[in-house]
Design a protein around this ligand. Structure first.
Ligand code: URA
Length: 235
């Protein structure tokens, strides 16, 4: 990787700022001043310092976003604002892990760790996703049982067993491990109800940080990242 690209990705400055810093002799590679921005370095083994301070290399980035309604879970969109536009990063390899509908709020993981994303989305991993669902009318016991056992949403098979926790007549938590298109909305429709509001609060080992207002995000803690990797490794 080029030295200026490395420094830029590690947020030392913009591309033109870091070129300037390098030319001024403010950057060392393995304790030698290097004045060429295009110098090739090996990020994981070379020791890069800016003004005498080591710049640690971070290969993977993990962000938890509280997705607001009205924003699409894509990296590019001609019509709508994307979740990526909410994340201030100079990297161009960050993407959302899975999708939430445009009108759905809540927990969305964004990363550049393709292997982790693949595992989190693999149907074989049965990663639990919990939604806070606002419904049009109160559910009766039969409807709750149907949602938990599996309902016909028009696909070739019923939905897999799910977990319902009723909060009050208009709110429930629904935990599913599949990720079919519009699944929660279609499940409620299958029991003659309607979703009026949808917010994801859990994605596998990750829980939405309630301190994040819609549109806000933070990097995952190292404990959260470790927990996600356990998901990846357990089968
Ligand atoms: N189910 C839905 O219907 N929409 C979502 O955004 C997520 C799950």
């Amino acid at each position: 990787m080029r030295l200026d690209k490395f420094l830029c990705e590690m947020n030392v400055g913009t591309r033109s700022q870091v070129k300037d810093y390098i030319r001024k002799g403010m950057v060392t590679v393995n304790e030698q001043i290097v004045k060429k921005p295009e110098e090739k370095i090996e990020p994981s083994t070379d020791v890069i310092a800016f003004q005498g301070e080591r710049i640690a290399y971070q290969q993977y980035y993990y962000y938890m976003l509280n997705k607001p309604a009205g924003v699409v879970s894509a990296t590019k969109d001609n019509m709508d604002k994307t979740v990526l536009e909410l994340i201030a990063t100079k990297r161009n390899d960050i993407f959302p892990v899975g999708r939430l509908d445009k009108d759905t709020e809540g927990l969305l993981l964004l990363t550049n760790d393709g292997a982790l994303a693949h595992n989190m989305l693999s149907p074989k991993k049965h990663v639990d996703k919990t939604y806070l669902v606002t419904i049009k009318k109160e559910l009766n016991a039969d409807e709750i049982a149907a949602l938990e056992q599996g309902v016909d949403i028009g696909d070739d098979k019923l939905t897999a067993p799910a977990k319902v926790e009723i909060l009050d007549e208009a709110h429930m938590y629904l935990t599913i491990h599949e990720g079919r298109f519009h699944q929660v909305k279609r499940m409620l429709k299958a029991v003659n109800n309607e979703v009026l509001g949808l917010k994801r609060i859990r994605f596998g080992a990750l829980f939405l940080d309630e301190r994040l207002a819609p549109g806000e995000y933070r990097e995952l803690t190292s404990q959260e990242v470790d927990k996600l990797h356990e998901t990846k490794n357990d089968g």
